[in-house]
Design a protein around this ligand. Structure first.
Ligand code: V47
Length: 372
């Protein structure tokens, strides 16, 4: 097929994409610098359809955030609170188990569990929480804790990362979400999240998790003070680790939401930048199977279009979302299964419900009546 390219500097990149050749750092920069979003879309869609045909994945999941108390005060975050803050909350174990069961149906296949860095909750507490969830909901996959939380648990428990991950795995963690990666550049991290582990530590924790057989996702936070070089560097570091471990399942570009954060003066992301990040991540991350357009963060409208710009996954029903809504997200906090199906089908894609490990989920009428 003949494609019209407005930005002729993209022609050598198009040739590489068509030939399946890996893109370089310079190619990544050229992609971030071009306004030719249709050429980006064409190339990213080519790769996406090569990998996944017309399928768009989604899952039926529930987010659980046991606490928003956090010892870090990252400028990028509106979720974390000091323990003395009257608005802060910490669930008891019974409350976590109760929340997990609220509106529970056979349809949910995943609990996505992340929280603040709480100065008093112990690793044993978290292990008990996981064991309690497994006892009550044995068939549900527990995707739990960012690399940042793992680093903090290890530090507080005075044990290594590997031992921490092993204890959590033994207690029920099945895989890990991709949060906390932000942008690996030290210069940017010092400003937006100086209390967090470094980029190198994030990567090393993921490396150990993958070695222990835990798959994880990965993310990049964009649309704040990072530049194009920082973004390409971040993507290439993820690609490098994936060459080594093959442990990442999905990449999720996350747009910065400034409301109620210390960086509230930064303008909100644009649809153009959101779509570019989806397309460029599909093109640069040739070894990560899935690119997720997280509808909560990018709005259902943009997430729907993203399915034609490189994304093959829309995430899930979510049920209750706090991190983005504390930072001013105006999207709903949950989406019904039927609405996800509509967003996929009306983009001309074929919906496939997946579990966390991308195995198709088949349903009988009775098991999804609650959520349709
Ligand atoms: O770790 C925090 C980011 C992440 C803000 O793995 C912010 O399947 C924007 O990682 N504006 C949490 N972003 C979300 C996340 C995620 C979401 C969906 C699916 C998966 C997955 C992972 O959100 C945090 C941080 O990187 N974040 N505050 C903010 N104000």
């Amino acid at each position: 097929m003949q494609i019209v390219i407005d930005d002729h500097r993209l022609k050598p990149i198009l040739d590489k994409v068509e030939a399946g050749v890996r893109l370089s750092y310079e190619d990544g920069l050229a992609l971030f610098r071009t306004p030719d979003i249709l050429a980006l879309g064409y190339m990213a869609n080519l790769v996406r359809e090569r990998l996944h045909g017309s399928v768009t994945y989604f899952n039926v999941n529930r987010h659980i955030n046991p606490t928003d108390v956090c010892v870090a005060s990252c400028k990028l975050c509106a979720f974390g609170k000091r323990s003395k803050d009257p608005n802060a909350y910490t669930m008891s174990l019974d409350q976590v188990w109760e929340v997990a069961g609220q509106g529970w149906s056979e349809s949910i296949t995943e609990f996505h569990i992340v929280g603040g860095l709480h100065p008093e909750l112990t690793l044993d507490w978290y292990c008990q929480m996981l064991r309690g969830l497994k006892e009550r909901f044995p068939q549900i996959h527990l995707k739990a804790f960012t690399m940042v939380e793992i680093g903090y648990f290890a530090e507080r428990t005075h044990i290594g990362i590997e031992e921490t991950l092993q204890r959590l795995k033994d207690a029920g963690v099945d895989s890990m979400p991709g949060g906390g990666a932000e942008i690996f550049s030290d210069r940017v991290r010092r400003i937006i999240c100086d209390h967090k582990i470094t980029g190198e530590e994030w990567l090393q924790t993921a490396r150990i998790a993958h070695r222990l057989g835990l798959h994880s996702n990965c993310t990049m936070l964009y649309g704040h003070i990072e530049n194009e070089e920082d973004r390409v560097d971040h993507l290439l570091k993820l690609r490098g680790l994936q060459d080594e471990t093959a442990g990442f399942q999905t990449f999720i570009p996350l747009a910065f939401h400034p409301d109620n954060t210390a960086l509230r003066h930064i303008p909100k992301t644009t649809g153009f930048l959101d779509i570019k990040n989806i397309a460029i991540s599909r093109l640069m991350l040739d070894n990560i199977p899935h690119i997720k357009a997280y509808w909560i963060m990018m709005t259902p409208a943009i997430a729907q279009i993203a399915q034609r710009f490189g994304a093959d996954d829309l995430d899930g029903t979510v049920v209750e979302e706090k991190i983005y809504h504390d930072a001013g997200a105006t999207t709903s906090q949950s989406m019904r299964r039927g609405e996800l199906l509509r967003l996929i089908r009306t983009a001309g894609r074929e919906p496939v419900e997946r579990d966390t490990l991308y195995r198709p989920v088949t349903r009988t009428e009775s098991t999804f009546t609650v959520l349709v």
